[in-house]
Design a protein around this ligand. Structure first.
Ligand SMILES: [Zn+2]
Ligand SMILES: [Zn+2]
Length: 109
């Protein structure tokens, strides 16, 4: 009797081992683009427009930072919010608009 129980446990352990292997393969396929997480840059998981959504290096919301996220550029160009000369959205172009102030949203909003 006890030998049969032991054999059952062994089969369960083997089955679990197989499941684990196929599971790790699936995880690799669904791996997302690496998330930046350091002091200066927000991760891609923060809420756009929140205090956390901020690029400390370029002083613009991280979700609108074309220097960190070049894939955003076509969207700015599509709305004519783009300076070809400085390769910046006009709404972030402090070279053209020295008086431009982009303020970070306060915490907890
Ligand atoms: Zn940036
Ligand atoms: Zn400019």
């Amino acid at each position: 009797m006890s030998a049969r129980i032991a054999r059952t446990f062994l089969l369960i352990a083997l089955a679990a081992g197989c499941n684990k292997d196929s599971g790790s393969k699936a995880e690799g396929e669904s791996a997302k683009k690496s998330v930046k997480a350091d002091d200066k840059h927000a991760t891609s998981e923060v809420k756009p427009g929140s205090h956390e959504d901020w690029c400390g290096e370029h002083e613009v919301p991280e979700s609108q930072c074309t220097r960190c996220n070049p894939e955003l550029i076509p969207a700015f160009k599509a709305t004519n919010d783009w300076c070809e000369e400085h390769q910046l959205p006009l709404s972030q172009d402090k070279i053209h608009n020295p008086g431009l102030v982009i303020t970070r949203p306060p915490k907890g909003q």
